[in-house]
Design a protein around this ligand. Structure first.
Ligand code: FE2
Length: 243
């Protein structure tokens, strides 16, 4: 057990540097390609007695193009960019610079949509960084995901590919099950405890973790303590603790 924890500690300590090195090696053609977002989309409240949860979309003007760009990039990047976070084992971390700074673009796009408020901790205007990644599920990949909350303030989970809406539902602790509809996003407060139901067939989601340095400077969302110092990051915006 101690050995396992030591290994994970080492992985995290060098993670930003290793991610930056991997991202520096990405072929130039991926930097200038574009992904187009829909301008006018529908916003539907998902009924829940305690939480503000919304389904919005359609998100992309050409979903097939987005899927093929992501699949192509994933096949070319080193393994460190293929593990999206500490829980998911299959997917792709999108460095900000790829697809013409898509990550910053989708953050600004989400802010322009004037989506409803999801949390008392911050408004959409107070979001100033993001981590964007894909997660892949299916019989030969991760089949489900355990209970957790996200390392961000606001979460937008966009279903890119699915065999049916009920495959790999978003689950909440009170038994709520939310379908994953292709090209539609689910918006929720990142501290909402959630998990992913079993994907019997392949599913691909694009996850945006939107972060607010104002929130992060006042208390760490993971341990709730006040950060003593802000650690500079050398991969994109790291944990969102902007100076
Ligand atoms: Fe999550």
């Amino acid at each position: 057990m101690v050995e396992k924890l030591d290994r994970e500690r080492g992985r995290r300590l060098s993670l930003d540097r290793d991610l930056k090195n991997a991202s520096d090696g990405i072929a130039k053609k991926y930097l200038s390609e574009e992904i187009q977002l829909v301008v006018a989309l529908t916003v539907e409240k998902i009924e829940h007695k305690s939480y503000q949860i919304y389904r919005v979309g359609p998100v992309f003007t050409n979903l097939g193009d987005v899927i093929s760009k992501i699949n192509q990039l994933r096949m070319e990047v080193p393994p460190i960019l293929q593990k999206p976070n500490s829980m998911n084992n299959f997917g792709l971390i999108l460095p900000d610079k790829v697809f013409s700074y898509f990550n910053s673009k989708i953050r600004k796009w989400a802010q322009e949509q004037q989506f409803p408020t999801l949390t008392p901790r911050c408004s959409w205007d107070e979001i100033d960084s993001q981590k964007v990644f894909c997660v892949q599920y299916g019989p030969s990949m991760d089949k489900s995901l355990g209970w957790h909350f996200d390392d961000s303030e606001l979460t937008m989970s966009i279903c890119l590919d699915n065999s049916g809406d009920e495959n790999g539902q978003l689950l909440l602790e009170d038994g709520t099950m939310i379908n994953q509809m292709k090209n539609y996003a689910i918006l929720h407060d990142s501290l909402l405890i959630h998990s992913a139901g079993i994907s019997k067939n392949n599913r691909l989601n694009l996850i945006c973790w939107f972060r607010s340095s104002k929130v992060r400077k006042s208390h760490c969302p993971m341990c709730n303590g006040q950060p003593e110092e802000l650690v500079p990051s050398n991969f994109d915006t790291g944990g969102g603790f902007l100076k």
